[in-house]
Design a protein around this ligand. Structure first.
Ligand SMILES: Cc1cc2nc3c(=O)[nH]c(=O)nc-3n(C[C@H](O)[C@H](O)[C@H](O)COP(=O)(O)OP(=O)(O)OC[C@H]3O[C@@H](n4cnc5c(N)ncnc54)[C@H](O)[C@@H]3O)c2cc1C
Ligand code: SF4
Length: 505
């Protein structure tokens, strides 16, 4: 048997059943798998270096590894050709691979005329069948109910059949605004070794037209270092995770988040070990239940739910555009040169680190895309390109469903639309912005304010009967200067959305 490991299958769990006497491992650094879009340069460094380190780990354990490096002069550059070569080199041998990160790559593999079996990906806690079965019982799919099922299945934070503490969800105690002088933990940074430095050289030479840059690369590329990052979070940030989960502070990239999505998604960490380490902190009374439950819900609930939706609804899912959004993506998404301080901060962090935390992605760049009506294809491609943790299965539902409501509420019961008041409450961005967050229209007004009311007005027919939006429509009808608000929104769109984007130019 040939065990094929894709670039996000960097975990020995994919080799279950391996027989050292007869089997071999196949790893091919190929752009069709590594970079279906022009990913952030740091993502390429992370994956290439992690794959190369993993090869050494496997070889030290006497696995026979057939490795095709991107810069090997014999590399054809085509996945199919490299597959042909290995099937010729090891004839009459079937191949096994875990489910890839995208529907399209899976389809491509299925269409190949080679004996390749695709099996469940061990980097997830729910199987496709399990999710599908669960989903048939509900008219509206809601993460909370799926999460409860997963808590029971894995016996996490449970007291027999009941949730520990009597509640499933402690969000009401979480999500505080940042307070002045809040002391933040420093992130766990790893120094690059020679393998990583060689890969940085390769990426600088071959992929310098990709988004971002390779400067200051301090991510983990081995399982050992990824575990160090996880432990650093567990001991220095987990206790405050819930409290400041939604807080944003200018120039503070990492806050109390875990920064493990890169490692979870490429296999260096497994979800259950992250969950159990967090649970242990609560059981030992080292971290409060609200923080621990909040963190566990992100991995056991949201991560699995998002993946379940992707495989359940693809391929038609990616064609949805329920709000008929047609605006082109403004150039400032690529450059961080907008007049809006909050947008610039989130995009700067994205350019420099390939990271922005959840609330920056949802309530800053995502909220702006929702309010201004950016075309789903363009905004999806942006998110897929720019983040180190971006893979099609996780990027698409988060953007299309959670951020821009293009799936018509499959993922959430109402759009995550917010005006400047929310951003002002949850961050210190507005203090240093050229706009006034209290003004609703005119040249000095916060664009999130007039774009918000323009969005609410534009979609009145769709949302006015939504019980969760009743109050908003009540407010809309009381606004006297609505014409001026709509005029400001129109002017803003004309100014920033009519310029050619990087892709058009
Ligand atoms: C518009 C948008 C796009 C996103 N794109 C991606 C993406 O491409 N890849 C990605 O992994 N996450 C994505 N997310 C989810 C989330 O923002 C990131 O997982 C998180 O910011 C990663 O940082 P962290 O590891 O510090 O997470 P933490 O805040 O510390 O959370 C812990 C873990 O929970 C998981 N998690 C939390 N929320 C989600 C979620 N909504 N979906 C899936 N997993 C979740 C992640 O594995 C994360 O590492 C997106 C969210 C939004 C709103
Ligand atoms: S005033 Fe508006 S644009 Fe400026 S930082 Fe605040 S929310 Fe963002």
């Amino acid at each position: 048997m040939i065990y094929w490991l894709l670039s996000d299958h960097i975990n020995e769990a994919h080799l279950e059943g391996f027989n050292p006497d007869t089997d071999c491992v196949f790893i091919c650094e190929c752009l069709e798998d590594l970079a279906p879009v022009k990913h952030h340069q740091k993502k390429l460094v992370l994956l290439l270096s992690a794959l190369r380190h993993f090869r050494h780990t496997l070889e030290k354990k006497n696995y026979h590894v057939y490795y095709v490096a991107l810069d090997d002069p014999k590399h054809s550059g085509h996945l199919e050709t490299e597959l042909k070569k290995i099937f010729n080199a090891i004839p009459n041998t079937p191949m096994i691979v875990s489910t890839p990160s995208s529907f399209h790559l899976k389809k491509k593999i299925e269409l190949l005329e080679y004996p390749i079996q695709i099996r469940e990906n061990p980097q997830f806690l729910a199987t496709h069948d399990e999710f599908e079965q669960w989903s048939t019982g509900y008219k509206n799919l809601r993460m909370e109910y799926f999460y409860r099922k997963m808590r029971v299945k894995y016996d996490i934070l449970m007291d027999q059949q009941k949730p520990i503490g009597g509640q499933w969800n402690y969000d009401a105690e979480n999500r505080k605004p940042p307070k002045a002088g809040l002391a933040l933990p420093s992130p766990c940074q790893i120094d690059p070794d020679q393998i990583t430095m060689d890969v940085i050289d390769l990426v600088n030479k071959q992929f310098n037209d990709h988004f971002g840059h390779t400067d200051q690369f301090h991510y983990a590329v081995t399982r050992e270092d990824a575990l160090n990052v996880l432990d650093h979070f567990i001991h220095h940030a987990l206790s405050y995770f819930g409290d400041y989960q939604d807080a944003m502070i200018q120039n503070q990239v990492w806050m109390f988040h875990s920064h493990i999505s890169f490692y979870l998604n490429c296999g260096l960490l497994s979800p259950i070990e992250c969950i159990q380490k967090a649970e242990e902190q609560f059981l030992k009374a080292h971290a409060p239940i609200a923080a621990v439950e909040g963190f566990i819900r992100q991995i056991l609930g949201w991560r699995e739910f998002i993946r379940g939706i992707y495989w359940l609804k693809m391929p038609e899912y990616e064609t949805h555009n329920a709000l008929n959004a047609r605006q082109p993506l403004p150039e400032f998404y690529w450059t961080a040169q907008s007049p809006m301080n909050c947008m610039n901060d989130a995009i700067h962090s994205t350019i420099d680190y390939g990271y922005a935390h959840h609330i920056q992605r949802l309530m800053i760049t995502g909220n702006y895309a929702l309010l201004s009506g950016i075309d789903p294809t363009q905004i999806n491609e942006w998110y897929w390109i720019v983040y180190l943790d971006a893979y099609h299965w996780v990027e698409l539902p988060n953007v299309l469903g959670m951020a821009i409501f293009a799936d018509n509420g499959l993922l959430g019961s109402k759009p995550y639309a917010a005006s400047g008041a929310y951003i002002n409450k949850m961050s210190n961005y507005c203090q240093d912005c050229q706009f006034n967050v209290k003004e609703k229209h005119g040249p000095s007004a916060c664009p999130f304010n007039y774009l918000y009311w323009s969005f609410i007005h534009r979609h009145e027919a769709k949302f006015k009967t939504n019980p969760r939006m009743k109050f908003v429509y009540h407010q809309l009808h009381k606004i006297k200067d609505l014409p001026q608000i709509l005029e400001s929104a129109e002017q803003h769109l004309k100014t920033y959305h009519s310029r050619p984007t990087r892709k058009d130019s």
